[in-house]
Ligand binder design. Sequence first.
Ligand SMILES: Cc1cc2nc3c(=O)[nH]c(=O)nc-3n(C[C@H](O)[C@H](O)[C@H](O)COP(=O)(O)OP(=O)(O)OC[C@H]3O[C@@H](n4cnc5c(N)ncnc54)[C@H](O)[C@@H]3O)c2cc1C
Length: 571
Amino acid sequence: MDRFSYDVIVVGGGAAGLRAALEAAAHKTKPSVAVVSKVYPMRSHTVSAEGGTAAVLREHDSFDSHSFDTIKGSDYLADQDAVEFFVREAPKEVIRLDHWGCPFTRDEDGRLAQRAFGGMSVKRTVFAGDKIGFHILHTLLQRTMLFDNITRHDEWFVTSLITSGTRVRGLTALELKTGELGVMKAKAVILATGGCGRVYEFTTNGWIKTGDGMALACRAGAYLKDMEFVQFHPTALPGTGILMTEAARGEGGYLLNKDNERFLKRYVPEKMELGPRDVISRAILTEISERRGLDGPYGSYVLLDLRHLGRETIEKKLPFLKELAEKYAGISPLNEPIPVRPAQHYMMGGISIDASGRTVVAGLYAAGEAACVSINGANRLGSNSLSECLVFGASAGRHAAEYAANVGEAADTELFSEALKLEEKRIHDGLLKRESGKFRLSDIREEMRRVNEAGLSVFRREEGMRTTLAELRKLRERFRNETYLEDSEMVFNTELISALELDFMLEVSEHIAVSALLRRESRGAHYRLDKPSRDDENFLQHTLTRRGLEGPEVEYLPVTITKWKPAARVY
Ligand SMILES: Cc1cc2nc3c(=O)[nH]c(=O)nc-3n(C[C@H](O)[C@H](O)[C@H](O)COP(=O)(O)OP(=O)(O)OC[C@H]3O[C@@H](n4cnc5c(N)ncnc54)[C@H](O)[C@@H]3O)c2cc1C
């Protein structure tokens, strides 16, 4: 079945995917563009973004300042040429969104309002109340409807990429409504599939963030980059992991320990609550381990206090946070501080690309959280991610359309029928019809999440990482040989989708573990208690991993430095 053939297929309907589709569709050659998404685009995880998106827009700010903050925030692992490109493009993207109707919050003089965010030295984050993700996604989705050369395939799950030699030719996807597998041919494919937070036990990420694109890229021969760098956000609700946005601290909120002390004075005295996320997450866990945290039914925590901000600021600037705290913690931030603790939040690492979104596989591009350019290095600054999705989504869309305009379609029909047969064998005959086995899917998934949390969290040690890697390998074997599905129906088989996602997550987890083990230093979010210092002599380089027969194979790539020489990272 190869009903579909496009010039460019974008996998993902989040900010990066929709921005890529818009840019590709606007190319002078008017290519046919498809957006394939496993969920309806408005359910993409971008919708959950709260605080805002960063861009230099006013006289008090400069490109050099945004670049330097980002590079220092990255613990000098960001590629500085990519960062310079990013900061120059971000304002254009924000203004474009404004013109497309995104309802940004404005100051009284009518200009776009900007708020402070962690690690940024000036107010640089544009926002829309505290629902920026919803408004950006909605604006982009509406915009795609103006293009008759964009076709959407909502609720189609991409299972594999089809390649010949080192070139991508299309993909296989499963339609959730029917359970049928089909081929979609493409001259170029852009993976904008988001992060992989669900490999962890405690995360701000929803169930759909399972690293699919990272695994798909790897299986097609691309590299992953810097997978050891996993961001833990300091302020999530204990129990659910629901995010209490950094905008709360941007607006002036305090973090307190059990003695009502603003403890960050011991860790980031200059920036206090506006310090970078890696440092604040470690500070909170240190307070807890030294018994200055509080204890509750979901473990230990510290407090986020907004009471002094007053009703007007909270209701005008943080209405969603207020609603979340009331609904999910039973707390009104007007009257009580909110319990918070660190949770996995974001992947700095991802599919290795250059600034045009290119991977090493011809015709295969990536953008957004699934990708790593790298502008985030070892630690991302809050509100840089949405801007990154826009800037590098557009770049990938533009370059993929250009590539597609200059290549022909694959003539080899056998390539597609063989690819489909292989997937039918793996999924329909293998997974779906396997009726017996020792383990349920959920047993393996929960164990994977537990071992990742145990060995690859905020604080890491050699021994813990080794144990996690060994456990992950066992889980992979169990998944392959001893897991069964309870649901063998074709129509909306969500258990089958979970199985395919688990397969991807196990693969991605191994890349995180191997990359982390081999980085024998501490840098940004990768903090090793057994190697607590940064080691520029040996590790001022990106980790590249590629699929090998025995597991991920590792190479290193120098970091691009333009004007900012690596220095001690003090806040
Ligand atoms: C709670 C929360 C708040 C945040 N707040 C902010 C903020 O204020 N500012 C900021 O800059 N960043 C924020 N971030 C980070 C930012 O929102 C994300 O990094 C960004 O939205 C990711 O966008 P994306 O387009 O890369 O992926 P996503 O929005 O996650 O979209 C991924 C898409 O890929 C599709 N997909 C995935 N796998 C498949 C498959 N196998 N087949 C078909 N389709 C597939 C999905 O259906 C989806 O459409 C926040 C993150 C969280 C979790």
